[in-house]
Write a protein that binds this ligand. Structure first.
Ligand code: UT7
Length: 328
């Protein structure tokens, strides 16, 4: 038993930011960014995360021909929610009027959409009927715009899909290495607590100095992890599915760096053309990358019946996740 994608949706903010725009406040160049990452443009907005999430959710419901009342579960994925609580999923549930759905968020960083699909699969096996997954990220709200090695990478976007149970197989491979947590993190802002004497950050925090509320990344460390994680996740998910990476018709990878995708393709012995790539236009939008890609493929008529599709993500945690399903 597996997953049928009934409909997809996405929201991409209108405001386009070019590489040239970054040269006004950090020491960088279009040439460096394109050569090292493959990114030309990304979307940046002040729009709240929940507004983007709602827009993507409504488009997915419309595409699926499913009403909000039919949903019994909403899973949202985000590392950039507007609120620490309530969850993004609860806000979306209220705004779309999904009054019969339970709703909560998960945080598995850039792998979270794959984690959410895996979770949805388990709920579907347990009798849930229609599940909405929304991955929405306003990374611009947690980006350190004084750090040239990270600020040029990130963009804002939301992607969503509605799923139900299918009798075709679904297989996944999820993994985590928390010993690499310090390589990619964003720390909460510290609260002033009048009841305790505040210690130096170094005494209470294990991750070292970084601006509060902003992403810190050791790019080289994450890069190494990402390349290995992508081929492992896809290969093992394929094994569980009863196929091989070479049999996949289409792979939608997390869009962190075109060089990571190229290296993974090489390691897997697959042509790059098999991989969906839109990093040039939208940059890295964390958990939104994969569902935005799925929506673009769906609307372009490229999720054809019988196609074997692989999804693969990796990111802060450090986590990774791959899954394989067949389009109906
Ligand atoms: O979605 C979550 C997962 N994230 C990832 O998977 C990201 C993984 N990491 C990467 O994609 C790459 O490591 C980066 C794109 C972040 C960096 O590329 P890199 O080829 O690994 O560069 P580097 O960190 O090794 O830096 C090379 C040089 C350094 O200068 P020196 O020390 O050689 O003089 C950097 O200071 O490039 C410099 N540099 C820049 N130069 C111009 C770093 N960022 C920039 C920049 N513009 N924006």
């Amino acid at each position: 038993m597996g997953i049928r994608i009934l409909g997809t949706g996405s929201y991409l903010p209108e405001n386009i930011v070019t590489n040239e725009d970054y040269t006004k406040f950090v020491d960088t160049s279009d040439e460096w960014i394109v050569k090292r990452t493959g990114i030309h443009r990304r979307r940046i907005t002040e729009t709240p995360t929940f507004v983007m999430a709602e827009a993507a959710a409504r488009r997915a419901l419309e595409d699926a021909g499913v009403s909000a009342e039919e949903l019994d579960l909403i899973i949202c994925t985000t590392v950039s929610n507007d609120y620490m609580t309530p969850s993004l999923a609860c806000v979306v549930q209220g705004r779309i009027g999904a009054k019969n759905a339970i709703a909560y968020d998960i945080n598995a960083a850039c792998a979270a959409f794959v984690y959410a699909l895996d979770m949805a699969n388990m709920y579907l096996k347990n009798g849930y009927r229609k599940i909405l997954i929304v991955s929405a990220e306003s990374l611009s709200k947690i980006t350190d715009y004084t750090d040239r090695s990270t600020c040029v990478l990130f963009g804002d976007a939301a992607g969503a899909c509605v799923v139900e149970a299918s009798d075709r197989p679904f297989a996944s491979c999820l993994g985590c290495d928390g010993t690499g947590a310090h390589s990619l993190f964003a720390r909460q802002h510290r609260n002033e607590i009048p009841l305790v004497e505040l210690q130096e950050l170094a005494e209470v925090d294990q991750f070292g100095p970084a601006r509060d509320g902003a992403i810190y990344m050791d790019g080289r460390e994450v890069y190494k992890f990402a390349v290995g994680a992508m081929s492992k996740a896809l290969t093992e998910a394929c094994e569980k599915f009863g196929t091989a990476p070479a049999e996949l018709d289409l792979i939608v990878p997390h869009q962190a760096n075109i060089r990571i995708i190229q290296t993974a393709a090489k390691e897997l012995g697959l042509p790059l053309e098999r991989f969906f790539v839109n990093i040039g236009e939208y940059g890295n939008t964390s958990s939104a990358c994969i569902p935005v890609g799925l929506d673009q493929l769906n609307r372009a008529g490229k999720l054809t019946s019988g196609a074997k599709v692989g999804l693969v993500g990796f990111g802060a945690g450090l986590v990774y996740g791959g899954c394989v399903f067949e389009v109906e």
